[in-house]
Design a protein around this ligand. Structure first.
Ligand code: 2BA
Length: 109
């Protein structure tokens, strides 16, 4: 048994959950946020058999798009909007960040 943890952009979650559940994967959706941008993202937990991991990853890759996100630069300490020119920076957001973990024991009641 494996656990796939997939951190994705929230805007892709509806389509991705639909695509995964349609072919039989069980999915738990968690609201999360990124430590760097501090904006909302979505974390999916997908418990599945080892032989079904690659197919799930393929579905995730096919649905989740990478995007550029424009974010405002934070003001340095002691500055306000009045004395510091506002700057925007473009950050590349990946389509998905995926971890695949071994599960020692799986039980459902
Ligand atoms: P955030 O932490 O909000 O990061 C958003 C994007 O900002 C990242 O996109 C990356 O392009 C950039 N970024 C992140 N940390 C940075 C840093 N220390 N310096 C410069 N740029 C940085 P992704 O790499 O596609 O990550 C998207 C989201 O996936 C992340 O949101 C985070 O929630 C999660 N994530 C990515 N890698 C992770 C990891 N190794 N462990 C846990 N969560 C991870």
């Amino acid at each position: 048994m494996k656990l796939i943890i997939a951190i994705i952009q929230t805007q892709d979650s509806y389509e991705l959950i639909g695509a995964l559940t349609k072919v039989g994967y069980a999915v738990t959706k968690l609201s999360s946020s990124g430590g760097f941008l501090k904006t909302e993202n979505t974390t999916l937990l997908i418990g599945t058999h080892e032989e079904k991991v690659d197919k799930a990853v393929e579905i995730i890759r096919s649905v989740c798009a990478s995007r550029q996100k424009i974010v405002s630069d934070t003001l340095p300490f002691g500055y306000t909007e009045l004395n510091y020119p506002s700057r925007s920076v473009s950050v590349s957001l990946g389509g998905a960040t995926i971890f695949v973990l071994d599960i020692d024991r799986f039980e459902k009641y």
